[in-house]
Design a protein around this ligand. Structure first.
Ligand SMILES: *Cc1c(COP(=O)(O)O)cnc(C)c1O
Length: 353
């Protein structure tokens, strides 16, 4: 605490990301990164970056990347926004749309960055309880809200809502912006992008960090009506004109060009998810049905905090949230099949003690 900090800075409780160990050899299943490398086409694009070109500012509109995203999502260029990771895109959405008289709504069990942004931008919020199975019931969301945000599938549960539920949420919130954070949609859900031309208050957010194995590149996107995108653009151009560097723009385009690789890696992760859930159930875990690249599970008798600590001693990192309602769950990212096998082996030993 410094006397130079503003009142706002003093009051913040910043988001704490999962641990990024240095060189230590660990099985890293704690931050939902892809266990596989990005497409070889991305690596080729990276190798082709002309170092002397770094002298120049990048395209401030990221036009090539936005064109590629527009084409692959059947949208127009003015319906696409990109930012420095979807965390930045969501932060801009808070600034652009959520500072309203009414509180915004999001689930009580969800991405723990949402309340942090709300506090940062002094946006009031209501947390709507998930049901006893940790699922979201959109009928619990009041029509008079200052905005709604939720991931689909939800984090950290992995539970998916169908497009009928998303549409019902949109029907209930005609006067505010609904942000659907699709960080994990590629692992088993239907994107709400298909609803954008019917609902001008829908913003769909995506990231290249999970299914495209580019967490280190920091690329996120948003899709919505031209009016919403213009709102985000006004915030971006009042904050940082060049959120995406030239390397990130090129590599993200290269990733979109290699659909076959994307599908193959995604399918591998989905297959390992199924394998892991079955093995964990046999070890006495209740595993929530996941549509993401992680599982959320609790053991019948052994506390999650204890399993988490024991795994850590074995060099296996998972995520445990010491939070109301979910403190007996572990969130485990899907690794390579070999990493999943290492995990199951360690769990068997820990639980046999
Ligand atoms: C990982 C994640 C993000 C952030 O992704 P970046 O693009 O890497 O900033 C946003 N929302 C949810 C729900 C996530 O899990």
């Amino acid at each position: 605490m410094s006397r130079y900090w503003s009142k706002l800075t003093r009051a913040l409780t910043p988001y704490v990301p999962g641990e990024q160990p240095g060189l230590a050899r660990v099985t890293k299943l704690n931050t939902n990164e892809s266990p596989y490398p990005p497409s070889p086409q991305v690596l080729a694009a990276l190798a082709q970056v002309e170092p002397s070109a770094l002298r120049l500012y990048p395209d401030p509109q990221s036009t090539e990347l936005r064109n590629a995203l527009a084409a692959s999502n059947d949208l127009a260029l003015d319906q696409v926004f990109v930012g420095n990771g979807s965390d930045e895109v969501i932060a801009f959405a808070f600034m652009a749309f959520f500072k309203q008289a009414l509180p915004i709504c999001f689930p009580d069990v969800t991405y723990s960055f949402y309340p942090v942004w709300a506090d940062l931008y002094e946006v009031s919020y209501r947390q709507i309880p998930v049901d006893d199975s940790l699922g979201i019931d959109v009928r619990g969301y009041p029509s008079d809200n200052g905005g709604v945000i939720m991931p689909n599938p939800n984090a950290p549960t992995g539970l998916l809502l169908g497009l009928d539920a998303i549409e019902e949420l949109l029907q209930r919130s005609r006067d505010s912006v609904v942000v659907i954070d699709e960080a994990y949609i590629d692992f088993g859900g239907k994107s709400a992008v298909s609803l954008i031309n019917s609902y001008d208050n829908l913003l769909v957010v995506r990231t290249f960090s999970k299914s495209r194995a580019l967490a280190g590149l920091r690329v996120g996107a948003a899709f919505g009506s031209a009016d919403l995108i213009e709102g985000l653009d006004r915030i971006k151009n009042s904050f940082n004109s060049y959120p995406l560097d030239c390397v990130a723009q090129r590599c993200a385009v290269a990733s979109l060009e290699d659909d076959a690789y994307f599908v193959e890696m995604r399918d591998r992760i989905i297959a390992s998810r199924l394998w892991l859930a079955t093995k964990m159930e046999a070890l006495g875990f209740a595993v929530l049905p996941s549509a993401a690249n992680f599982v959320f599970a609790r053991h019948a008798t052994v506390p999650a905090a204890e399993i988490h600590a024991n795994l850590r001693n074995e060099g296996i990192l998972t995520r445990h949230f010491a939070k109301d309602r979910i403190d007996n769950y572990l969130r485990i990212s899907i690794g390579t099949q070999q990493e999943c096998e290492i995990l199951v082996e360690a769990l068997s030993e820990i639980l046999a003690q």
